[in-house]
Write a protein of this length. Structure first.
Length: 185
């Protein structure tokens, strides 16, 4: 075998002891993706992600209800947005649940816990305008929540941070869409 145990960048600012990394990878193997380099509190991150999961699932349910209940002269264009957002929120929930599993946690899909854990509320709305308004409120809540989670996680768990930042960007698009619809309404 001709694999060196240490690689050093020519500038001298980067050193990597490959053999030490290999040895550590064999230790605590039951920890999966959690290595010595993981700096976050895994239980706290799983708890945060379960709150985000509940938020996304409540948003899916609200958007689905609004999709089916919307009526009126402008309903067709608005329901298309509701359907698209419901699909994207479900994708967010799936990605969050997958990350919880990667971290060795259990995603909480228990319906009794969803509204308790969710950052946003499930508000049905009585007409098209109130449905759009409630979705905009929920998106604004999600934006603030995700920003706070991203700031809290920082560099301690870059994979989770990147996931949350990607979701945050979509939530901002959703808020923009709902604000546009409300303005046109």
């Amino acid at each position: 075998m001709d694999a060196p145990t240490t690689h050093t960048k020519t500038s001298g600012s980067f050193s990597l002891d490959v053999q030490a990394i290999r040895d550590r990878a064999r230790q605590n193997i039951e920890e999966g993706v959690i290595t010595e380099a993981y700096a976050a509190d895994r239980d706290e991150v799983v708890e945060l992600l379960n709150g985000a999961l509940a938020t996304e699932l409540v948003c899916v349910l609200r958007y689905k209800r609004h999709y089916f209940m919307a009526s009126g002269i402008h309903a067709e264009a608005v329901t298309a947005e509701f359907a698209e957002h419901a699909t994207q929120e479900q994708d967010h929930a799936d990605r969050i649940a997958a990350r919880i599993i990667e971290l060795g946690g259990e995603p909480d899909f228990n319906p009794q816990n969803l509204t308790r854990r969710s950052h946003s509320e499930y508000v049905e709305g009585t007409d098209l305008k109130s449905m759009i308004r409630e979705n905009l409120v929920a998106e604004r809540i999600a934006i603030d929540s995700y920003k706070k989670m991203v700031d809290y996680i920082g560099d301690k768990d870059r994979t989770t941070r990147r996931l949350l930042e990607e979701i945050l960007a979509v939530e901002e698009e959703h808020a923009h869409d709902m604000a546009d619809l409300l303005e046109r309404g």
